[in-house]
Design a protein around this ligand. Structure first.
Ligand SMILES: [Zn+2]
Length: 231
């Protein structure tokens, strides 16, 4: 089981760890600040002991760091890890934005998210909406910018699954979590959004900057995709 340092401190950029084992060109550490791919987020990149980390994935309770070959790590080695921080911080800004956006659209239309992809350059969220256009998108983006500029604190905490299931709004998302989890991580963005979520976020929405709507796409009869970025 890899200790998730990114849950304890989402601003940790450097850390030391022990090598547990190699798996192909991937290395498993006893703890890591690298957030793995998942929940729509692309993974962090960076270096472990100077070697390039090209992708990070989660398998069960282990986190695998795929290293640009050749890998020379041995179990027991003490190594230092460094994140590509600018990229990670953009992912955090984009991710918190996606939560605010989904809350805004849900409040206005009742639509739910059917998919998302959070990347450093541009991100997208899919909604189960039938009616959607450029004007609506810019109205939603305006609301997101208004909310973000209020400087809302982002809090994370853990909740027993049973308790989380009893909170309206968390329930539908909690159901999507693996049934083996009896404790869920909750992310609360001021008074705007509260969700069960495993990803990395900024600690205050003032770090988001300006959200810009890029374009929309129709992905089927009742599926609308919105692309955005942060500047
Ligand atoms: Zn999320």
């Amino acid at each position: 089981m890899t200790r998730k340092l990114f849950w304890e401190d989402m601003y940790l950029r450097e850390f030391t760890a022990r090598v547990e084992r190699n798996e192909g060109d991937a290395v498993v550490l006893d703890q890591t600040a690298f957030n793995p791919r998942g929940g729509g987020l692309v993974s962090d990149t960076g270096t472990v002991q100077g070697a390039r980390v090209v992708e990070v994935t989660k398998e069960g309770e282990e986190i695998l760091h795929r290293i640009e070959p050749p890998t020379t790590f041995k179990p027991g080695d003490l190594v230092s890890g460094t994140l590509d921080w600018e990229r990670r911080h953009r992912i955090m800004r984009m991710h918190t934005t996606a939560h605010i956006l989904s809350s805004v659209v849900n409040r206005e239309t009742g639509a739910l998210i059917t998919g998302n992809q959070i990347s450093p350059e541009e991100s997208r969220v899919d909604f189960n909406l039938e009616s959607f256009d450029k004007e609506k998108m810019s109205a939603y983006i305006d609301s997101v910018n208004k909310a973000a500029s209020r400087g809302l604190d982002v809090r994370t905490y853990f909740m027993k699954r049973d308790e989380a299931m009893a909170v309206p709004g968390l329930v539908k998302l909690a159901k999507a979590a693996p049934p083996t989890l009896d404790v869920l991580r909750i992310v609360e963005i001021g008074d705007v959004d509260t969700q069960a979520d495993g990803g990395v976020h900024v600690k205050n929405t003032s770090e988001i900057g300006t959200v810009v709507g890029l374009r929309t796409e129709n992905k089927g009869k009742s599926n609308r995709r919105m692309y955005f970025t942060v500047r």
